[in-house]
Design a protein around this ligand. Sequence first.
Ligand SMILES: [Zn+2]
Length: 279
Amino acid sequence: MLRVHHLNCGCMCPLGGRIWDGFSRGPTGLLVCHCLLVETNAGLVLVDTGFGTGDMERPYARLSPLFIHVNRIQFDRRLTALAQVERLGFSRRDVRHIVLTHLDFDHAGGLEDFPNATVHVMAAEREAARQRDTFLARRRYRPEQWDAVRRWRTYRSGGERCYGFEAVRDLDGLPPEILMIPMPGHTWGHAGVAIRTPEGWLLNAADAYFHRHEMDREHRHCPPGPRAYQRMMAVDPDRHYRNQDRVRALAHDRRAGVRVFCSHDAAELEALSRLSAQS
Ligand SMILES: [Zn+2]
């Protein structure tokens, strides 16, 4: 039986307050890095890693100054996945697998804190991160965060359908309740991760959208900060928004019963943390 913990493995506090999150009253907004720690009989599985120990200790050696300053990344070792895994009573060696939605700096920072883990990612993403062939790619993909990873497993889109998406099943060594759902657009190999929990399906849509009101309002709403940011970060905006539409349709489909969340919305993280604490 799977048990899911919702973790915040990074805070970004950009200037502009509520134009980023819709709720902050002060001069800065709050964006989180919503990761999952899943207890399975194949050991612990992390879904995304936020920022890691190396980012906290040597930010300028690992991250682009552009994002350090624009996103106002907060450096606090207690937020790392490693610190939280240890707080839950586990050790870094217990984390056997890391499923990555994509290799952006705010998702891949903790990889090297778990040297025993196999890292699962879409092949197109690994390729794009290796090439780093644009101004933005060189700043979003930071080899310093992952060049010591020894075990990669890469996947191509499988063609199997799951709620209108193609799904990649049978991730090497992982239980069948964990699937990757390719949703390219934000990056070339961006993918959601679906998990079948005792309480129903969870879909981590990562950066397919950025704000809860893009999903939960009858008329889609996104504050100006994340609206501009996601437009700037999308390598293929048409596909990004097409995938976002499909995630939205799924979120509104009551019969499907899928709980959807994204990586950076603080209110979604709080709601899901509360739910999982109750169960
Ligand atoms: Zn992100």
